[in-house]
Design a protein around this ligand. Structure first.
Ligand code: DX5
Ligand code: ZN
Length: 226
């Protein structure tokens, strides 16, 4: 399991210090939610803010995992690659020329991901899956942190795993939205390997919150060993 705390839920007034707590507790990636007020009804932050977290991420050897919830994402790929993105994920719903966009991400030496909104069927990935490093299954409608997890996402992850196997894709499955230690086990069981968590990491005691996710992973390890 890879835990990717969503910086969106951190305290922006002390962003680096708050994010550092998650990294010191053992978070493996940093998830960067970019919103444009068009593709989603909210505005978050852009490449300059992410660039400000780059040295912290480098200090811990943690990749910056960029989730672009923006229209015409191809216009900004270079900015985010330049600001230190290791992975760039675009939305299928925002990218009519998805194949071209995915190739453009790879040409910038970043890993390429595609995200699907809750109502977008998996079949939309069938002809691009083999080219992807990551599939992001949205388990809330994107735009805001702190929303309730859509339970049918677990089954979507399971079906996504089957689709990826059928296309020979080696893409990892990431789940984003309303993820908590309570639903993490089911998501991992269904085939997810990267869990994004905003509120469940940054609200309250960050170290204890990260530890709660780590316990889910250890419990699964124990089941496998038994
Ligand atoms: C939703 C974002 C998520 C969100 C996760 O639009 O893509 O990454 O910040 O936050 P929580 O875990 O609070 O749902
Ligand atoms: Zn996200």
């Amino acid at each position: 399991m890879t835990l990717a705390p969503s910086v969106l839920a951190a305290d922006f007034g002390r962003l680096a210090a708050h994010v550092r707590q998650a990294l010191e507790a053992g978070a493996e990636w940093l998830h960067i939610d970019v919103m444009d007020g068009h593709f989603v009804p909210n505005i978050s932050f852009g490449a300059p803010v992410m660039r400000g977290l780059r040295s912290l991420a480098d200090e811990f050897g943690v990749p910056l995992d960029v989730h672009l919830m923006i229209e015409q994402p191809e216009r900004y790929l270079e900015d985010f690659a330049d600001a230190g993105a290791a992975l760039i994920t675009v939305h299928q719903e925002a990218s009519p020329h998805l194949h071209r966009t995915v190739q453009a991400i790879k040409a910038l030496n970043c890993q390429a991901g595609v995200a699907l909104n809750p109502a977008t069927p998996l079949v939309a990935l069938e002809d691009i899956a083999a080219d992807l490093d990551l599939v992001l299954i949205m388990s809330v409608n994107p735009g805001f942190g702190g929303q309730a997890f859509i339970e049918s996402s677990v089954d979507k992850v399971r079906r996504c795993r089957t689709l990826l196997a059928g296309t020979g894709s080696r893409a990892a499955i990431e789940v984003d939205g309303g993820v908590t230690p309570q639903n993490a086990g089911a998501l991992l069981e269904a085939g997810a390997s990267v869990l994004v968590a905003g509120s469940a990491v940054f609200k309250g005691d960050v170290a204890e919150n990260v530890a709660a996710f780590q316990r889910v992973q250890s419990a699964r390890g124990a089941v496998y060993r038994a």
